[in-house]
Design a protein around this ligand. Structure first.
Ligand code: SF4
Length: 301
């Protein structure tokens, strides 16, 4: 590997086998979980919304909703899998919309900070031969001139200092010659709260050593063992893994795992229902068979 990231280190810790599939053998996952699809959609809309703010374009909640619907429908939903049997694609669509609506009304409208970076890719040298890279959701400057490194979270949130994610991003930000005052923040969209902690330049030394230690452990590994757990249900390699958790073996079929883009074309991207050709006042159109509960329509197949 040329360069390591926080995601790669976390993947290795969760299951060395899935790390090998993804980062060494570079195999594409057979599916994405609906949770990650929803998270990516929400992130994309937040990036877009803050970009509009940078351009002094004032947004209304309808703009956010429309952009989210547009992004959701044009994504690779056909590769998405719903793992929890009591949930549908529509439930996750609604959940994402709710998270965005709440964030917009609670934080975005009142946010006077300036965006310095949005979805910002970086790479730094940790040691002579170890490169480290990442993508920071947002770096802002508050009205008190404090630099804040922000990660938007749509799932479970820990403390910003509990993992190396935000502290490792701080290594890069400090390298940009910023003042010594930085804050690390998780925007917890689900629990509707911000978890913010100060971070000092002197703390970066320890973070760098920890990262080097973690990466050296990976570099010295030659056998990547499978680590089966209930998380195997969410693993995009569970179709090729020789030793997945028993829960994977029990699932014979999942109605939300589409085998091809053609098959996906027949499924409603909002609720997972069946799309049908229908006739209206203005001629033929494609609509969801779950109407009136689901009002998804489009002009043609
Ligand atoms: S199915 Fe489970 S054990 Fe196999 S690679 Fe994925 S996470 Fe690891």
């Amino acid at each position: 590997m040329d360069s390591y990231s926080f995601s790669a280190i976390s993947s290795f810790k969760k299951c060395p086998k899935s790390f090998e599939y993804k980062y060494i053998k570079k195999i594409h996952e057979a599916f994405f979980s609906i949770e990650s699809y929803m998270g990516t959609s929400v992130h994309e809309i937040l990036r877009w919304a803050y970009e509009q703010k940078q351009k002094n374009i004032e947004l209304q909640i309808d703009d956010i909703n429309n952009q989210y619907k547009h992004f959701w429908d044009k994504g690779s939903l056909w590769k998405v899998k719903v793992i929890k049997s009591d949930k549908s694609i529509g439930d996750y669509f609604d959940q994402g919309l709710e998270l965005l609506t709440s964030y917009f009304q609670r934080v975005f409208c009142f946010d006077k900070s300036v965006s310095l970076h949005l979805e910002h890719k970086f790479e730094i040298l940790l040691d002579n031969d170890i490169k480290y890279k990442g993508i920071i959701d947002r770096v802002s400057k508050t009205q008190d001139k404090v630099i804040r490194i922000i990660d938007f979270k749509t799932g479970k949130v820990s403390h910003p200092l509990e993992t190396l994610q935000l502290p490792s991003y701080a290594l890069y930000v400090f390298e940009q010659n910023v003042d010594d005052k930085i804050e690390l923040a998780f925007e917890d969209l689900k629990e509707k709260r911000e978890v913010v902690v100060p971070f000092l330049r002197e703390d970066t030394k320890r973070v760098k050593l920890n990262l080097i230690e973690e990466i050296t452990r990976i570099k010295n590994t030659d056998t990547f063992k499978a680590k089966p757990s209930i998380l195997c249900m969410w693993c995009g390699y569970n179709n090729i893994c020789e030793n997945p958790h028993d829960s994977v073996k029990k699932v014979v079929e999942n109605r939300d795992l589409f085998n091809s883009e053609d098959e996906y074309e027949k499924c409603c991207p909002r609720c997972g229902g069946i799309l049908k050709e229908r006739k209206g006042k203005f001629g033929k159109f494609i609509g969801c068979s779950n109407y009136p509960e689901c009002k998804y329509t489009r002009k043609e197949w």
